[in-house]
Design a protein around this ligand. Structure first.
Ligand SMILES: *Cc1c(COP(=O)(O)O)cnc(C)c1O
Length: 434
């Protein structure tokens, strides 16, 4: 038995028991970590109240939504179907905001109107979205949220930067006046102003964004009651990474919101909508070593796992690094990413079982395999890939090579293992084919 790291209540023995019970590969989530993360967000300094929304695209499994919502978080949905899934999980429309690239038409537009009538907050993200909802919102007198494209952004990689001119999220600064003229003609007000600049944004850019957004509200949005700074709070997966200092960001935001009050006599509520930060480090992909290969004397050691890109595509998409934990068949922790003293480390590339050279957990930014230090496992030992609670189960090319979607297991706060989504069957994989 061995502790994986200093934040998880899952240890190597829990992984062994889960693997024997459910069969690898699967996702394993730690309820304690999720709950602690949620609590830490509410402890963030703020001026006149804070609303924390969970960006559910990070992980949308019903049981996790329920845990997070029970902690008092509301929901940020990125599609109509996400709104539906949150609602099916027992979350009322009043607790959901829809921030989407979708432009609902026809029946979907009718569905959207029904949801708005029942309390869904609609965050318009383009002029077209605004024009499509304008008559309805004006007629029933419901205030809208507006997502602003600030013209600057930040993210851990170019593909996760949503604020600069190379991305198209939100109504660009240069279109705000046009949006306001239209809104006025329909008697629509914007009571909620939102900017999300990207995932894993650098703290200084987050602070610049706060300044920028406050000035935009002061200049254009006299009816705003809520300022949303979006998500993108950086989380650290590897020991050499640094998480966002939410205390520092909170202090900064608090000061700016208080100064805004001094200038304008308006008290703005503050909103944040993290996804990654809430669930990333609560999740593990649990795999078994199914093969070992070498590419010659000057080549590399490969460990072939029974789950790879179809469970975690982040190395392929972003060259992101995840912590590895090697666990023997009988539950001993042979090596942990966070344990520098472990001896007997050898260098290996961890790959999945797909016929695809990108199916690797060890890719660098050029797409090349770079070996990592781990204890040498035997075939049948387990490897847990950490930091996989966010953007893995929701975002992976799950049926590639006809591998079925993996199950999801929760390690509860009272130390039970429960299956919160069962493994897809082969019949389900092909059921819609004719
Ligand atoms: C994805 C997204 C988030 C969450 O981003 P994280 O990096 O997971 O915190 C928040 N808000 C919006 C609008 C998003 O699209």
């Amino acid at each position: 038995m061995g502790q994986l790291n200093n934040f998880s209540s899952i240890d190597s023995n829990v992984i062994k028991i889960a693997a024997e019970q459910f069969g690898t590969p699967f996702y394993l989530y730690d309820e304690n970590t999720i709950v602690n993360k949620c609590k830490s967000l509410f402890a963030m300094p703020n001026a006149y109240g804070i609303t924390v929304r969970y960006a559910m695209k990070a992980n949308s499994t019903k049981a996790l939504l329920a845990i997070i919502h029970n902690q008092g978080l509301k929901i940020d949905a990125s599609s109509m179907n996400e709104v539906r899934r949150a609602h099916i999980a027992g979350i009322s429309y009043e607790d959901i905001i829809l921030t989407t690239q979708e432009v609902p038409l026809n029946r979907e537009m009718q569905a959207l109107k029904d949801m708005i009538s029942q309390g869904l907050k609609y965050n318009v993200c383009s002029l077209q979205q605004l024009y499509n909802i304008g008559d309805f919102a004006g007629n029933i007198n419901v205030a809208l949220a507006i997502r602003i494209h600030p013209g600057v952004g930040s993210g851990e990689s170019a593909t996760r930067n949503t604020g600069d001119k190379y991305s198209c999220f939100g109504i660009h600064l240069s279109d705000i006046e046009q949006a306001l003229v239209y809104a006025k003609s329909k008697s629509i007000i914007f009571d909620h102003v939102h900017i999300h600049i990207g995932s894993g944004a650098a703290p200084d850019i987050w602070q610049n964004n706060i300044d920028l957004e406050m000035s935009i509200i002061e200049k254009y949005f006299p009816d705003a009651q809520v300022v949303s700074f979006g998500g993108g709070l950086r989380e650290a997966r590897m020991s050499n990474e640094n998480p966002a200092d939410i205390n520092e960001l909170g202090c900064y935001a608090k000061e700016k919101i208080e100064q805004f009050y001094q200038r304008t006599s308006r008290k703005l509520g503050m909103e944040i909508e993290p996804g990654n930060y809430v669930v990333a480090n609560a999740g593990y992909v649990i795999t078994s070593v199914i093969d070992k290969k070498k590419t010659g004397n000057y080549g590399l050691n490969f460990l072939v796992l029974d789950g790879g890109m179809e469970l975690n595509a982040r190395p392929l998409l972003y060259a992101s690094q995840h912590p590895f934990y090697v666990i023997s068949k009988n539950g001993d922790l042979l090596s942990s990413e966070f344990d520098e003293v472990t001896t007997n480390k050898f260098q290996a590339v961890l790959v999945g079982r797909c016929c695809e050279s990108g199916d690797s957990q060890c890719l660098n930014a050029e797409g090349l395999n770079t070996p990592r230090k781990v204890a040498e496992p035997e075939i049948g030992d387990y490897i847990a890939i950490g930091g996989t609670g966010a953007y893995c189960s929701t975002m992976s090319p799950m049926n590639y090579n006809s591998h079925v979607q993996a199950s999801e297991i929760l390690f509860t706060s009272d130390h039970k293992l429960i299956e919160i989504r069962s493994k897809q069957t082969l019949e389900q994989l092909i059921e819609n084919e004719v």
